[in-house]
Design a protein around this ligand. Structure first.
Ligand SMILES: Cc1ncc(COP(=O)(O)O)c(C=O)c1O
Length: 429
């Protein structure tokens, strides 16, 4: 029995066998991960047992939720080895965390931000807006096919570069950047480093004190937590320099009809009544991940990725994106198929093999646009996936390629998909 058979699979209600005898093969965790029962339970418990609002009323429901809300903050701080829960700001998602930094910094016209050419729209569009509205300039670091060139980074830092904003792990091809080394170069230059940790924090041990990043953005829904919760992690002093995105209830110490005094971070950034159930669910997700261990998760991702990579290595029509070694892109197997539209491939895999993957441009439109590419298919792995899942993907892609000749018009896969799927034996887990 493998790691996930023993440890986690049964904890995820979404992976249960369905009435028709099928078991979902969920390979889309880079988009959104599945949620274990422990997280569902924590959220339900809030609404069922102490549905109060934190930090306002003094009754027992409010006391309970206040205590647990702050406990989740401590867990987030421990999860990233930040060393100070006051540096955790709960927000709606990672996009909001990136925006809090981007819109909260005191920019001057002509200040520059450096990003890579492989950023999610969440780490691109906000800079374009700031360029239009506040006169900042955007520089773009063209990443090599694999690896990272620190000299290239040094060469692109200008005197007026104030911020470098990069992904930690790419949602496009699964590669990770050497954040510790990057932080050193950026700080030597006198700039700050913002890291989009959405795809890294769920899979890798992240130690922010060791990495020395200035701001780190995370979303709960990619790490077994609920949707609608993300957080920004930063040293407390760093947060004090940001202007809140929103103001209102919970953000102030006092107000008169003409003035107010903001609370210290992180509360000044958490305007209005919060998503308590979601934040408590996030804490439960972190505890759950802690029981598995992210070292274990990385090793597990690697093994599954290697299995798929081996299984499809002899298919000349399969083109894998990113680093050639699966160990360098553990959680993501992104691929294009000669002669098959990515959306058709995704539909075929789902309909015929119950394999759920993502297709398209993965919110990194700029990268595809620059290369004249239409998009591709992305399978992503997590702790609950099994070797059987990896094999289902390999079998599905192999069958698709057999059914759709390379020269066929791209719509053939869609028609093929409509044909009844080959009867398959019930899968054992
Ligand atoms: C690398 C990366 N950055 C940012 C985001 C946006 O995250 P959220 O939806 O939590 O704002 C995603 C989500 O897919 C992502 O993969």
């Amino acid at each position: 029995m493998s790691f996930s058979d023993v440890i986690v699979r049964r904890d995820f209600p979404a992976l249960r066998e369905r009435s028709e005898g099928t078991v979902p093969v969920y390979l889309d965790s880079a988009c959104m991960s599945l949620v274990p029962q422990a997280v569902l339970g924590a959220m339900e418990e809030y609404y069922r047992d102490f549905p109060g609002c934190a930090g306002r009323s003094l009754h027992r429901f409010a006391e309970e939720v206040s205590h647990r809300y702050e406990r989740s903050r401590e867990l987030c701080s421990e999860f990233l080895s930040l060393g100070d829960p006051r540096g955790i700001v709960f927000l709606r998602n990672a996009t909001e965390a990136l925006n809090l930094v981007g819109q909260g910094l005191p920019w001057k016209r002509g200040d520059r931000v450096l990003i890579s050419d492989q950023e999610h729209n969440s780490n691109l569009v906000l800079w374009q807006r700031l360029a239009a509205e506040r006169g900042i300039r955007i520089d773009v670091l063209a990443l090599p096919e694999s690896g990272f060139d620190l000299e290239q980074l040094r060469g692109q830092l200008h005197r007026s570069t104030r911020l470098v904003s990069l992904f930690h792990t790419s949602n496009l091809d699964g590669r990770s950047l050497p954040i510790r080394e990057i932080a050193e170069v950026v700080h030597d230059h006198g700039a700050q480093l913002l890291v989009d940790g959405c795809q890294a924090a769920p899979h890798l041990p992240v130690d922010l004190r060791e990495l020395r990043v200035d701001y780190y953005a995370v979303s709960a829904h990619k790490m077994m937590g609920p949707t609608g919760v993300g957080f920004l992690a930063a040293p407390f002093e760093q947060l004090s320099g940001l202007r809140p995105l929103l103001t209102g209830g919970e953000t102030v110490e006092w107000s008169t009809l003409t003035q107010h005094a903001l609370r210290p971070p992180p509360h000044r950034f958490e305007a209005g009544l919060q998503n308590y159930a979601g934040v408590l669910g996030t804490g439960a997700a972190i505890e759950y991940l802690g029981r598995i261990g992210r070292d274990q998760i990385t090793a597990h991702d690697r093994a599954l990725n290697a299995r798929v990579s081996r299984g499809l290595a002899d298919q000349p029509r399969v083109h894998v994106l990113g680093p050639s070694a699966p160990a360098d892109r553990p959680s993501v197997y992104a691929f294009a198929l000669d002669g098959v539209d990515p959306a058709d491939a995704a539909l075929f895999l789902d309909a015929g093999h119950h394999v759920m993957v993502r297709s398209g441009r993965h919110c990194v439109h700029s990268w595809y646009e620059a290369r004249g590419l239409e998009g591709n298919v992305r399978a992503s792995f997590y702790a609950y996936n099994t070797e059987a899942d990896a094999d289902a993907l390999v079998n599905g892609v192999t069958e698709l390629l057999e059914r759709v000749p390379e020269s066929a018009p791209k719509t053939t896969a869609r028609r093929t998909m409509a044909a009844p799927a080959r009867a398959r034996p019930k899968r054992k887990r």
